[in-house]
Write a protein that binds this ligand. Sequence first.
Ligand SMILES: Nc1ncnc2c1ncn2[C@@H]1O[C@H](COP(=O)(O)OP(=O)(O)OP(=O)(O)O)[C@@H](O)[C@H]1O
Ligand SMILES: Nc1ccn([C@@H]2O[C@H](COP(=O)(O)O)[C@@H](O)[C@H]2O)c(=O)n1
Length: 223
Amino acid sequence: MSDIVVAVDGPAGSGKSSVSKEAARRLGYAYLDTGAAYRALAWHCLDEGVDVENPDAVLERVRAFDYATGMDPDRYYVRVGGEDITPDIREPRVSAVVSAVARVPEVRQSLNAMFRRLMDEHPAPGVIVEGRDITTIVAPDAPVRILLTASEEARIARRSAEVSAQTTEATAQQLASRDRQDSRVVDFMTAAPGVIPLDSTDIDFEQTVQALIDTVRSGIPHD
Ligand SMILES: Nc1ncnc2c1ncn2[C@@H]1O[C@H](COP(=O)(O)OP(=O)(O)OP(=O)(O)O)[C@@H](O)[C@H]1O
Ligand SMILES: Nc1ccn([C@@H]2O[C@H](COP(=O)(O)O)[C@@H](O)[C@H]2O)c(=O)n1
C-alpha cells in the first residue's frame, strides 16, 4: 500500500500529467492519471455508440467498465477490455466529449472509488495522483496537496506545440471550453485551504518538476 499520497490538481494543459509523471519517476513513486479514466470512459462510449449526453446511458457503461492503467511512470498504459487505447484517449474527438461524461455525479463516485482502491493497493512507497478534484474530493487528507497552474496563454502555447494537426486558435478554443465545462463541476482554479499553489507560467519544465519534488520533500515527515 502506498503510504504517501501526493495530490495534484490544475486546469487543462497546466502540466499535471508530464510534471507528475517525471516527479514520480525521480521519487520512485507510482503515478495515477485520473483524467485518463474519464477519457477512457468517453472513448468507450464513442466506440459503443453511446450518447454521451445521456447520463443514464453513460452510467450503464461505467458499471461494467473494464479499465486498467499502468501506474509505473515508465510503463504507463491505458486499456479498456484488454485493448490498449493509450494514444486514442488523447484524440480531439475524445477531449471534445469527456466533460459530458465527467459531469455525471454517479460516474464520478464510481471512478473515485476505483482511484482510492488503486492508490491503496499499490505497493510503491508513494503515489502522485493528478486530476481536478484530487486535493478536495479524492484525497483531501493527503499529506501533500498541490494546485499546479499556468497562465492560459502559457498553457495554450505549450499545448499548441504538441498538437500540430490543428490551428492555435482551435487548440485555444478547445482548452478554454473544456476548462469552462469542467469548472462547473469542480473548482480547480483556486487552491482550497491547505493546498499549495505552484505557478509554472514563468518556469520551465525542469524547474517545475524540481519545485514539485521540493514541495513533496518538505511536506512529508522524515525519519
Ligand atoms: N513548466 C513548463 N514549461 C514548459 N512546458 C511545460 C511545463 N510544464 C509542462 N509543460 C509542457 O506542457 C504540455 C502540457 O502538459 P501536460 O500534458 O502535462 O498538461 P496537463 O495538465 O496534464 O493537461 P491535460 O489536463 O489537458 O491533460 C506538455 O507538452 C508539457 O511537456
Ligand atoms: N479528477 C478528474 C480528472 C479528469 N476529469 C475530467 O477528465 C477530463 C480529462 O482530464 P485530463 O487531465 O486528461 O485533461 C477533464 O477535462 C475532466 O472533464 C475530471 O473531471 N476529474
